[in-house]
Ligand binder design. Structure first.
Ligand code: GLU
Length: 308
């Protein structure tokens, strides 16, 4: 018997019929730490939908933030994926964002030909302070009010770069969450493209990479839903005609009193491996905890397509 609680949490089936044939999707971890169950859940959804639709999964290492990423985490991610039995496809097997400097630089020039790109001296603390002064809550996300837009600072080391956004909304149809309408100018304000430390930002890198890699389907956790309108807006400005389809999946929920490993709360793939768990148990747990199966069971990488 399956617990009522589990049935309530079970996902309604996702209609994949509107996905373009043989989609190209991607698994895009940031090597700022080891893989954990949240990443495994994303992998289960990504490889599962790719298998179910005849698509393939590209591996992209999102190491745009040079201060936080470490090569040993990248190696560990690749090794843990292999252990799970998840094989990326594509000719260039791995795209590393730290190798794409020229592409991001060109994209910023392209964006700047359409609407002003300007240097910005505001720190995150400055933006938060300004929001408070304007009577806005800063707990959700920081919204830049455009303080430096009129200053015409010369771009320089130690300054960020932002692109001016118009107030037009962006609409897209999420495969799980349905029609969405977002207005990036009201959510984030003018987007940061490069930070004061000289790192290209997540939003820019993803918009550029998804376009250059021909990604037609983006599958990621719903914590990234708010970024999607921005990425579509940037990609459109960069000349992309058809944005990817999007599927934002649920985040891992807490198990009801069960523990996967002896160590309380362990969710790192390395820890689970060290505790003697099998890849099938770990994949099954991630599927269960994102509502794909009503009760935990062993799942092999080759079976993931049957969940969709
Ligand atoms: N690199 C991001 C992360 O690890 C994922 C980005 C994306 O899927 O767009 O959370």
């Amino acid at each position: 018997m399956v617990a009522a609680e589990a049935i309530l949490r079970l996902m309604p089936p996702i209609d994949l019929s509107s996905i373009p044939p043989r989609p190209v999707t991607r698994f895009a971890p940031s090597p700022t730490g080891y893989l954990h169950l949240g990443h495994v859940a994303n992998a289960v959804w990504t490889w599962g939908v790719a298998q179910a639709t005849g698509g393939r999964v590209l591996l992209r290492i999102e190491d745009h933030d040079r201060g936080r990423c470490r090569p040993e985490f990248e190696r560990a991610i690749v090794e843990d994926l292999e252990w799970l039995g998840l094989v990326p496809g594509g000719e260039r097997r791995v795209l590393r964002q730290s190798d794409q400097d020229r592409a991001y630089g060109r994209a910023v020039l392209h964006l700047g030909r359409q609407s002003p790109v300007y240097a910005c001296q505001c720190s995150r603390a400055d933006v938060a302070e300004r929001m408070r002064a304007d009577g806005q809550e800063a707990w959700d996300e920081l919204r830049y009010s455009g303080t430096c837009r009129a200053l015409r600072l010369a771009p320089a080391d130690g300054l960020g770069l932002r692109v001016t956004l118009g107030e037009e909304p962006v609409e897209f149809d999420d495969l799980r969450l349905g029609p969405q309408r977002q207005t990036p100018a009201l959510q984030s304000g003018d987007l940061l493209l490069r930070d004061a430390a000289g790192n290209w930002t997540y939003q820019l890198c993803v918009a550029v990479d998804d376009t250059r890699q021909g990604v037609s389907l983006v599958i990621r956790g719903e914590d990234l839903l708010a970024s999607t309108g921005r990425q579509i807006m940037l990609a459109t400005r960069l000349g992309r005609k058809n944005p990817p389809r999007y599927l934002h999946h649920p985040l891992i929920s807490e198990p009801s009193g069960r523990k996967l490993s002896k160590r309380d709360g362990a969710s790192g793939v390395r820890e689970l491996r060290a505790a003697g768990q099998s890849p099938e148990t770990v994949l099954g747990e991630a599927a269960y905890r994102t509502g794909l199966i009503p009760a935990p069971r062993r799942l092999s990488a080759a079976e993931l397509g049957s969940l969709f």
